[in-house]
Design a binder for this molecule. Sequence first.
Ligand code: 5GP
Length: 177
Amino acid sequence: MAPIKLHDKSFDTYLSEAVIQEKIRELAARINADYQGKRPLFIAILNGSFMFAADLFKHLTIDAEICFIKLASYKGMKSSGNVVTAIGLDQDLFDRDIVIVEDIVDTGKTLHDFLPKLSHQQPASLRIASLLHKPEATQFPLQIDYVGFSIPNKFVVGYGLDYDGLGRNLKEIYQLA
Ligand code: 5GP
């Protein structure tokens, strides 16, 4: 397919709509098997994960709940790391089976900073589903239980992911040319 232009940059097609959708069906099948008889709560992290979360959720046949949250991070007054606040997380997570839904794990910092907040509430289990993972970019190692695609350390857009606000509407995933 022809390259696309967003703002000042060109992007080449990297993952087609069919390939993405097939992978999501596979992930959903694994989740359906793993959570048989349970009622997991999916926590989708906005903005980027909205398309992945919606498509994944459509293929779940188990009882499942979903909520969408936004993470805001700021420098803590005392701690050396960043403090992450989850906007919209009003469910009680105690004893729940939690699956975090992310668009992409790059350095791992976002989830590394956020996971302690969730663990603090003592969920029964905590797993991560990420459509994309850039293993070469890892700075904060994480166990990602459901990975769609491991990709090279190149900037990608489409299917929920943006470049400076644009590209979220694309059905395919594109890589910086
Ligand atoms: P991390 O904290 O793992 O370094 O980064 C996670 C967040 O950075 C993702 O949720 C996403 O918003 C953004 N991000 C990382 N890599 C990319 C990329 O290649 N393209 C886009 N559009 N966003 C990215």
